[in-house]
Design a binder for this molecule. Structure first.
Ligand code: CMP
Length: 142
């Protein structure tokens, strides 16, 4: 087991439905610590850059529009195997495929408005954290 960090977003559909507390409580109950957090209205430039890997996909414009439709909560989560643990807590990208009691099964409206984002691997976690957080914005006391 190793302690690691991952990046998490509560998307506009989660923030607007007042789900922040429930989602963070779930992370905390499963041993993940919030070591960085900020609420932000993403600009198109930020959303396009963050999801650049999907820029040729047919859903890209819809994804960017959705991510800019309201504020998001950006977080860095830390814990043992945080990347995999967060992915298990979130469930499959498409809520129709997500296991019972995962965040996306419980809360997602659709594959586009799927309430939470989480990094899928160590290199993406590092890049995604750096996209939105300076080292000075992250706690070091866990
Ligand atoms: P996320 O984990 O934020 O990573 C990329 C996002 O693209 C994904 O969650 C979905 O919200 C969105 N996405 C992936 N596939 C589709 C699709 N087929 N149609 C619409 N949105 C999608």
């Amino acid at each position: 087991m190793s302690k690691e960090r991952t990046f998490s977003i509560i998307k506009p559909d989660g923030v607007s439905r007042n789900l922040i507390g429930k989602i963070i409580a779930r992370f905390e109950s499963e041993g993940l610590f919030v070591v960085g957090a900020k609420m932000k209205q993403l600009s198109r430039h930020e959303a396009e850059g963050f999801y650049a890997v999907h820029s040729t996909r047919p859903f890209y414009a819809e994804l960017v529009n959705s991510m800019c439709s309201g504020p998001v909560l950006l977080m860095v989560l830390e814990g043992e195997n945080a990347i995999l643990k967060n992915r298990e807590i979130m469930g499959a990208t498409n809520p129709a495929d997500a296991l019972d009691n995962t965040l996306r099964k419980l809360y997602a409206l659709s594959i586009g408005e799927n309430t939470v984002h989480g990094s899928d691997a160590p290199d993406t976690a590092q890049n995604e954290i750096a996209w939105f957080f300076a080292a000075s914005e992250l706690a070091n006391n866990q």
